[in-house]
Design a protein around this ligand. Structure first.
Ligand code: TQI
Ligand code: ZN
Ligand code: ZN
Length: 169
């Protein structure tokens, strides 16, 4: 079953649109940005929330960046596998990904030659769930379940994920 964070934090009542921006230091391709847009769209489809990219990293509601190792927030990344990404509960908006993962951005992660390949959209859908206020689900099929194998793709919201987000929004 789905879980929320202690105190059930959410984006404020009346929030219609959340803006997101990419760390200007990363200079991401349109393909990578498209993966995040697709991940946001999965949550937009089942709520009344919309998500819009903005160029202004510092004023965006959600700030997305790839970082290596210690990146100044007390939660260092650890190289390949282990921690893949972290995001925080509402209304923090920080969404960091480990730059040292073998991210699969397009193409089929299940066919990757790298045993360490990680599907970017799968992780993005999960982390956006945290950004919106979902904790971890006890149901294996949920996107919000706390483990995923490398070379797995899990991007379709389960009923449990949808129930959780519709409880909040
Ligand atoms: N990162 C953890 C996660 O997102 C960080 C974390 C641990 C966390 N406990 C938390 C974040 C509680 C918010 C609330 O769960 S991770 C997966 C999964 C990770 C794990 O790198 O371990 C995904 C990131 F679920 F698949 F294992 C993305 Cl999809
Ligand atoms: Zn961080
Ligand atoms: Zn998680």
């Amino acid at each position: 079953h789905f879980a929320l964070f202690p105190g059930n934090p959410r984006w404020p009542e009346g929030t219609e649109e959340l803006t997101y921006a990419f760390n200007p230091g990363n200079d991401l391709s349109d393909t990578v940005k498209g993966v995040f847009a697709a991940a946001f769209a999965r949550w937009a489809e089942v709520t009344s929330l919309t998500f819009r990219e903005t160029a202004s990293y510092f004023s965006a509601d959600i700030r997305i960046g790839f970082f290596s190792g210690d990146h100044g927030d007390g939660e260092p990344f650890d190289g390949s596998l282990g921690t893949l990404a972290h995001a925080f509960s509402p209304t923090n908006g920080r969404f960091h990904l480990d730059a040292d993962e073998d991210w699969v951005v397009s193409g089929d992660v299940t066919q990757s030659a790298l045993s360490t390949a990680v599907d970017l959209e799968s992780v993005a859908v999960h982390e956006i769930g945290h950004l919106l206020g979902l904790g971890h689900s006890s149901l294996e099929e949920a996107v919000m379940f706390p483990t995923i194998s490398s070379r797995r793709k899990k991007v379709v919201l389960a009923h449990d994920d949808i129930e959780g987000i519709q409880f909040l929004y």
